[in-house]
Ligand binder design. Structure first.
Ligand code: NAD
Length: 330
């Protein structure tokens, strides 16, 4: 039975990724269960994960070396590590920079060094389109030399996480595979991200907070397409960095209009200043992912939104307990 370690197992993408693995895997899920957003959503995901046979959960904060060392026995024999554990989000990174630095850089290099010592064959690292900054009319390409200055604290910590791991494994090791995800949405999503917040606020007749004028565009990517990318990455036999994003962008207002139609309700929009440098992400260049991994997004926005709303509705009573706003937003 192949052993696979998934960090950030109780997070949005980690949870969906683990659910894509069949029973031939021995899965070790690692998560610190931090309170970056309402941790009851992580509890819900963990409750479901515990029903998977061959799944074992370890509560580890990867930024603490001794916590990793205490559990090294459980790492032994693993061929692959999929590292999804991180702090995500631009706005919050300005309020808690220390936690972003710890969870996105210290934790990442601790894990990479552990992987190296254990002779792991495959390390899949989650990175983000946020590191591209404003690429103007150009598609965002993976070429490392063309990267601009990371445009936010979140982006800087993720970019530095990449750099640290590149200094642990060389290109020739053929071990490190990096996926740069564009804005991800879908079932079991994060309550601090726009699509799920919009669905919740419209469904429950609350004010819909928009930072800026709502015309900013995103390459919204359905989570199962990202999961497909992660599965292709872990089977890829070389090192490399790949974009995983949608080849269409949608504005926040366009997304809200679609959600209004699905729910048959009107949104009560409230506009607030866009205080942080939350760059309008342009489209990804997907040539590399298509050619080398045979990956492309297959879920269009209407199908993805419908599935997300169906999931929301079937979990509505539990989700009523979840906080969709940070304290500073009240
Ligand atoms: N969701 C998106 O739109 C998006 C876009 C681009 C990149 N990403 C990247 O994908 C990955 C997963 O994102 P997500 O949306 O599932 O986020 P998430 O916050 O839902 O999941 C991350 C999980 O990692 C855990 N974690 C954080 N620090 C840890 C530490 N020190 N030790 C152990 N566990 C720790 C958290 O408790 C959380 O459950 C992250 O690396 C993120 O940067 C996400």
């Amino acid at each position: 039975m192949e052993k696979i370690i998934v960090t950030g197992s109780c997070g949005f993408i980690g949870f969906n990724f683990i659910n894509s693995l069949d029973e031939t895997y021995e899965i070790i899920g690692i998560d610190s269960l931090n309170n970056a957003y309402d941790s009851r959503l992580k509890d819900l995901r963990l409750e479901h994960l515990k029903n998977i046979s061959n799944f074992k959960f370890l509560k580890i904060d990867l930024s603490e070396k001794n916590e990793i060392e205490n559990h090294l026995n459980s790492f032994n024999g693993a061929k692959t590590i999929v590292h999804l554990g991180a702090r995500a989000g631009v706005r919050q990174s300005y309020l808690e920079p220390d936690k972003y630095i710890r969870d996105n850089t210290t934790a990442t290099v601790n894990l990479a060094l552990t992987a190296k010592n254990l002779s792991i064959e495959n390390l899949v690292l989650a990175s983000t389109s946020s590191i591209y900054g404003d690429t103007g009319n150009n598609l965002a390409t993976e070429n490392q030399d063309e990267l601009n200055e990371p445009p936010s604290i979140y982006a800087a910590t993720k970019a530095f996480g990449e750099t640290l791991v590149r200094n642990v494994f060389s290109e020739e090791d053929e071990i490190l595979k990096i996926g740069r995800f564009f804005t991800v949405y879908g079932p079991y999503g994060r309550p601090d991200m726009s699509i799920l917040r919009f669905i919740h606020w419209i469904a429950t007749n609350q004010e819909v907070i928009i930072y800026g004028n709502g015309e900013q565009r995103r390459s919204f990517t359905y989570v199962m397409d990202i999961v497909d990318g992660l599965n292709k990455l872990r089977h890829y036999n070389k090192s490399g960095t790949f974009n995983f994003g949608s080849n269409t962008t949608w504005s926040l207002i366009e997304i809200i209009n679609k959600i209004e139609n699905y729910l048959g309700k009107k949104a009560n929009l409230v506009f607030r200043d866009r205080a942080y440098n939350d760059v309008d992400v342009v489209l990804p260049n997907l040539d590399n992912s298509k050619q080398k991994l045979d990956w492309q997004p297959f879920t269009d926005i209407d199908e993805g939104l419908e599935k997300t709303i169906e999931w929301y509705k079937s979990n509505e009573s539990y989700l009523q307990k979840i906080k969709f706003k940070y304290d500073y937003e009240k």
